[in-house]
Design a binder for this molecule. Sequence first.
Ligand code: GDP
Ligand code: MG
Length: 177
Amino acid sequence: DDQEAGGEEYLFKVVLIGDSAVGKSNLLSRFARNEFDQHSKATIGVEFQTQAVEIDGKEIKAQIWDTAGQERFRAVTSAYYRGAVGALIVYDISRKTTFESVKRWIDELTTHCDTTVARMLVGNKCDLENIRDVSVEEGKEFAEQEGLFFMETSALDSTNVQTAFEIVIREIYNNVS
Ligand code: GDP
Ligand code: MG
C-alpha cells in the first residue's frame, strides 16, 4: 500500500481531439506551462503532460494527452484513447470545417471510450472575433444536443483555458467519487 494514510490519489487521463491546427497543443501548453507558441510544429509520437489540480481540497493529477499531429492522417490510434476518462473536443471558431468535423471526433471517441467519459466541446481562438466563422449559438446548440459541456477559449490570450480543463476534471471527479 503506497498511499498515504487517509489519502487518496487521483490520476485522470484526458485526451485532446479535433482537427489539425485548431490549437490543441497550445491549449495544453497554456494550461500546463502558461505558454503559447505562434509557430508550434507537430512532432512525431504521442505525448502527455501531467498537471496537478486541486478540487474540493484534493490533489488531482490530470494526465493530458495531445495528439502529435497524427490527426492530419486520421490515424489517431486506440492506444491514444485507452483509459481516457475525459476529453476536450476542439474546433477553431474561425474555420467552419473544423466545427463540421466535431461529429466525427465524437463518433471516434464513442467507439474507443466508455460512455461515461466527461466531454467538453471547445471552440478555440475566440480572440479571432473579426474572422469568426462559427457563432457562439451554433457551438452551444450542438453541445446541448450531444450532451457536452461547452466553452469558447483562447490559448493566445488565455480566455477560459484553465476553466475548460477544470470543468472536465471536476466532472470526472464527480463521476468517480
Ligand atoms: P493543433 O494542431 O491542434 O495542436 O494546433 P496548434 O496548437 O499547433 O496551433 C495551430 C496554430 O494555431 C498555431 O499557429 C497557433 O499559434 C495557433 N493558435 C492556437 N491557439 C490559438 C488561439 O487561441 N488563438 C489564435 N489566434 N491562434 C491560435
Ligand atoms: Mg498539435
